[in-house]
Design a protein. Sequence first.
Length: 387
Amino acid sequence: MSLKTQFLLDPNVIFLNHGSFGATPQPVFESYKHWQYRLEKQPVKFIGREIHSYLKNARQKLGEYLHIQPDDLVFIPNATFGVNILARSIKLKEGDEILTSDHEYGACENAWIFSCRKTGASLVRQPISLPITSFAQIVEQFWQGVTPRTKVIYISHITSPTALCMPVSEICKRARAAGIITIIDGAHAPGQMNIDLEDLGADFYVGNCHKWMLGAKGAGFLYASKEMQKIVEPLVVSWGWGDNSPYTTGSDFLDNLEWWGTKDPAAYLSIPAAIHFQEEHDWPSVRRECNQILRETLRRISELTGIPPIYPDANGYYYQMATAPLPAIDNLIEFKTQLYAQYQVEVPCLEWNEDPYIRISIQAYNSLEDINILLDALEQMLPNYQL
Ligand SMILES: Cc1ncc(COP(=O)(O)O)c(C=O)c1O
């Protein structure tokens, strides 16, 4: 499978952290640079007259990829930006609750805490305990956090610390019946798994193209269902807002959010190249092979540590990224630093609910050899650090 030569990554590094910031293949990076050159050749023509049709074309391609109409999504720089737009747009009041899980990403939680402090609403972190036994267990545990005050559900599609794929479709279905707004944080999902946003049934979905879709850095999107688009406000008020706009798409949702001052749109415009790269390289097979390597990695780590995996032995709980529990470790930061310093293994070691974990990402450029090096490193280092 290995498509390593297609990527710009340092060949001396065992790169097992695609999850943090992604990695872009050469042809996608070329497309990104191509758009930057075109802009610089005639900035006024490009930004002043042509950009909207280029953006429309890129939205069309991304819409097809996500199975939604292109006008229901807008480009944003990243998932954090999207959560901020929503946390400011939704009119919270004292006593309202935003229900989330205890597996969420800190920066996005901050966006909610910020809005809660201003409004008197509160963020409720519902525990989802490990090990996971079934999707039904997740839904039932999560739903115990719903109260008559729950106004919004904000939950990751694939969680950051635990790489767990949440049953978001079922949660959205229940929420719709209960009149609760749903916001799904898909920072990690597009690219790792097929996404059909129409079918998923969320009110809002924020996603990244620069992680698992292989896009250039600074490419994300915000989807809003047709009926919810009217409540979305611009985070930055610019030319797109109001009656004196020099250009309009005919959609306030797009106009308010797509243009907010001069910026480099090359990451958005190279998304079609990222989708094309996946098509050219039979991405369903790449994902399957990555998942098999990951499954084997979890098995070997579990054999080494004697600690069972956090997921059931079944499909759909993780895709190309998975988290394995580690034994209690003296100084996890130092442990991670040494993994890189001694073995050139780039992999996140993290604490979640006070327990240590290692989160492994497998992408098209990885091979079993990378895993052998990781396992050798763990085998040698763990006895020195284990408490
Ligand atoms: C679940 C989740 N949401 C949001 C983000 C933030 O992504 P970005 O920095 O691209 O906004 C991350 C980053 O890893 C994440 O894991």
